[in-house]
Design a protein around this ligand. Sequence first.
Ligand SMILES: Cc1ncc(COP(=O)(O)O)c(C=O)c1O
Length: 259
Amino acid sequence: MTLACLDGAVVPIAEAHISVTDEGLLRGDGVFEVLRLYEGVPFALDEHMARMSHSAENLRLPLDIGALEEDIRSLLAEAHPQDGVIRAVATRGGRRVVLLEDLPDLGASMSLGFVTYSPTRVLDGIKSLSYGANVLASRLARERGHDEALLVTPHGRVLEAPTSSFFWVRDGRVFTPPLDDHLLDSITRRLVVDTIGADAVATTREDVLAADEAFLASTLREVLPVRAIEDRQLPVDGPVTSDAGTRVRDRIAALLGSA
Ligand SMILES: Cc1ncc(COP(=O)(O)O)c(C=O)c1O
């Protein structure tokens, strides 16, 4: 993608620079959102802007969210992307950055490995730029031969994946770890819960190793089947996961159609 928007100006990406002294870079002090574009239309724009505004408020970061939304619209108007990803960033240095990215190839299913992780309490309710721990967790899982990490607290509570929510199925019922366990309030998690119904329950390693099916949910992945957790194999085309995938995709299409 060749264009970016920096503080309201649409510029070639090679000319979009911010200072090396920006605390967003030096300390991960800033907030971000990732949105998916469907035929040029950002899905759930209002929800992402609301979450970013909330993140900024919680981080005590001044952010003109109306200006940021306008940045997104200006970039879309000039770049005319179709399917892809929008990344919106706001830094402590006071910069607003909007980038367009290609949709990454996430595959048709994922294998997950447990990685021990403690959410940083003070960052609850903040999608901050401090994502080093999440990125490292994915890397550690990949080093062990898995596609992605499944984050588990030192006390054995299963939380989520580093950039997606987690759902598991037992006897036809769908479960997901509760937001009280310091998860990100994922927009896709809300959509899945609204569309197919799922119970938020404290979830252990044993629960997920005994699950009949499991899937991840995120803006980029929609619903993505989990084919293994550690050594335990799971069906990629389980009935509940397949149904969730279809219904969530249909719901996204319907919401885009009515926007
Ligand atoms: C920690 C974490 N959980 C879940 C998600 C999924 O959130 P959403 O559905 O809003 O994309 C993300 C997205 O990046 C994330 O970073």
